[in-house]
Write a protein that binds this ligand. Structure first.
Ligand SMILES: Nc1ncnc2c1ncn2[C@@H]1O[C@H](COP(=O)(O)OP(=O)(O)O)[C@@H](O)[C@H]1O
Ligand SMILES: [Mg+2]
Length: 301
């Protein structure tokens, strides 16, 4: 199982306060392999940030198990968790103010979180990261002189400073313009082509259409998955395509461990079921689900 980076099984998260209980995750299962670029989409409040924070070691599940890079997030000691947050994950938020030092230069900001043991290599690595996010020319600029989009690119470089096994990004393009959003996604894709595992939460439909794997989360559970069609995979950099209009991905329903599948609402409506019973049969190796014949349902009465 060396190629599995994230393995979430039956993750449950309950936020309790005196008066209320919020079930943020309701038995979420997800496997992310090493080297994958995965986008997580879903309505506001569906549990995306809760899940990402858990992978980032910022929050603990109420039940279930979560293995990241073969480390068990549920049973980790405080010391192990500190090390995990520093070495295994890099985190990019929608708004990165809390991670940036406004009066230091971009280069200094990137070098700050790096291990002291890196010594002379820190500067070389920071320069390399500046190059990656296209801001080499601004290496001496103070951070508070950069635009919001540029600061976001620096935040990505900072998240990568300790060469994390996985890069997590929670709506990183939520407060930048379209051009910067595209630029940031190109950085993620470039990083991914070099082998970086990335999990990114996004609201942006056009951008999610350019990602190889999109997982939809609904009510704290993974509900469906879309995989990029092969013919689009090598056209990602083409700027003349209106991604919003293209049907780039194939959609899959997700079966849980007990074999349950949720049938999309539109399909259910078209089936026109009169009660809760459906007929399941094998036909040429395929499972066919259909509405029972009228006579059949009568016989049962
Ligand atoms: N610290 C918290 N305390 C109480 N409820 C929370 C907390 N964080 C998130 N929630 C609730 O959990 C649910 C999922 O939230 P979240 O993971 O932030 O969703 P998303 O990122 O998909 O918008 C929401 O109903 C939210 O109000
Ligand atoms: Mg969120």
């Amino acid at each position: 199982m060396a190629d599995v980076m994230i393995q979430a099984d039956g993750l449950v998260k309950i936020y309790k306060s005196k008066l209320t209980e919020v079930l943020a995750l309701q038995g979420l299962d997800l496997t992310v392999e090493t080297g994958e670029l995965t986008a997580l989409i879903g309505n506001s409040g569906s549990g995306k940030s809760t899940f990402l924070n858990m992978i980032g070691g910022l929050d603990k599940p109420s039940a279930g198990s979560l293995m990241v890079d073969q480390k068990n997030l549920f049973t980790m000691s405080k010391g192990q968790l500190v090390k995990y947050k520093r070495d295994t994950v890099g985190f990019v938020w929608q708004n990165n103010a809390r991670n940036l030092m406004p009066y230091l230069s971009t280069l200094e900001n990137i070098m700050l979180p790096m291990h002291l043991s890196h010594g002379r290599h820190r500067r070389a690595k920071a320069l390399e990261l500046l190059e990656l996010v296209g801001l080499s020319a601004k290496k001496r600029s103070r951070l508070n002189t950069l635009s919001g989009g540029e600061q976001q690119r620096i935040a990505i470089a900072i998240a990568l400073a300790n060469s994390p096994k996985i890069l997590l990004a929670d709506e990183p393009t939520g407060s930048v313009d379209v051009i910067t959003a595209n630029y940031i996604f190109d950085i993620f894709r470039e990083l991914n082509s070099q082998g970086q595992t990335i999990l990114i939460v996004t609201h942006d439909v056009a951008l999610s259409k350019k990602v190889k794997r999109v997982v939809a989360i609904r009510d704290g559970k993974i509900s469906s998955e879309r995989i990029l069609r092969e013919k689009y995979a090598d056209r990602l950099k083409e700027s003349n395509i209106d991604w919003r209009k293209e049907d780039t991905q194939e959609e899959y329903a997700i079966m849980d461990k007990a074999g349950r599948v949720q049938i999309p609402k539109e399909m259910l409506a078209e089936m026109g079921l009169s009660d809760q019973k459906v007929k399941i049969e094998m036909k040429d190796g395929q499972v066919v689900i259909s509405a029972p014949q009228k006579e059949e349902s009568k016989k049962k009465e």
